[in-house]
Design a protein around this ligand. Structure first.
Ligand SMILES: C[S@@+](CC[C@H](N)C(=O)[O-])C[C@H]1O[C@@H](n2cnc3c(N)ncnc32)[C@H](O)[C@@H]1O
Length: 201
């Protein structure tokens, strides 16, 4: 069901029809570079067709982009072009807890918020925990509590600082939070909540 939904999306819509599309993932880049060691390692979970992986690879990062949809990965590669030559592009379901090695920063924009069942959140968080090295960070962007109740036609969980801390658990300490007003390609505003948290270690 998850895979079918996302293959359907990337197989039928172009960038101008994706609510989450950004020409330039500026805030993600800023938050990652602020918490990462220089030229650190990054996993972008559910990277979709974003240019973020290629940008960070060009900035010297060791980048892995993983997405459940082969069409998303193919589109990201095509959009990124030469900038993505060193990116490790992976097709995989994060809930199956693939081996992603160890990274300094885990980035998620608009993926975790789709997990409305506790079992799925547990599977995701187990993968997060085994992939981020102690002292590393998660950069998490989800719809804010005043944001939309659906994304891509699917229900979402919405977050603020206390619910992010609660869901991450005591192993993680919040470093910073902020809200972002994202504008869809068709001009609708969506309120995102961003959290950066550090894995104690
Ligand atoms: C709303 S889009 C966000 C894409 C990208 N992060 C961005 O900000 O442009 C959600 C993405 O998560 C991917 N995704 C959904 N569930 C996933 C899963 N279980 N494992 C890996 N990727 C997943 C989808 O294929 C899609 O590309």
């Amino acid at each position: 069901m998850r895979l079918g939904h996302w293959e359907g999306v990337y197989g039928s819509k172009d960038e101008s029809e994706l609510s989450w599309h950004q020409d330039d993932p500026l805030l993600s880049n800023k938050l990652i570079t602020a918490c990462s060691p220089p030229a650190g390692s990054l996993v972008d979970v559910g990277g979709g067709s974003s240019l973020l992986g290629g940008q960070l690879a060009q900035q010297g990062y060791e980048v892995t982009v993983v997405d459940i949809s082969v069409s998303a990965i193919e589109r990201a590669k095509a959009r990124t072009g030469a900038a993505g030559a060193t990116v490790n592009w992976l097709v995989g379901d994060i809930l199956q807890q693939p081996d992603l090695g160890l990274c300094d920063v885990w980035h998620d924009r608009a993926v975790f918020h789709f997990l409305t069942h506790e079992d799925d959140r547990h599977a995701y968080l187990a993968c997060l925990h085994k992939t981020v090295r102690p002292g590393g960070h998660v950069v998490l962007g989800a719809f804010a509590v005043d944001g939309p109740m659906q994304c891509s036609g699917l229900p979402v969980e919405r977050y603020d600082a206390s619910s992010v801390q609660l869901v991450l658990g005591d192993a993680w300490s919040l470093v910073s939070t902020e809200q972002e007003l994202h504008t869809t390609p068709w001009g609708k505003n969506q309120l995102f909540f961003w959290a950066v948290a550090r894995l104690r270690g």
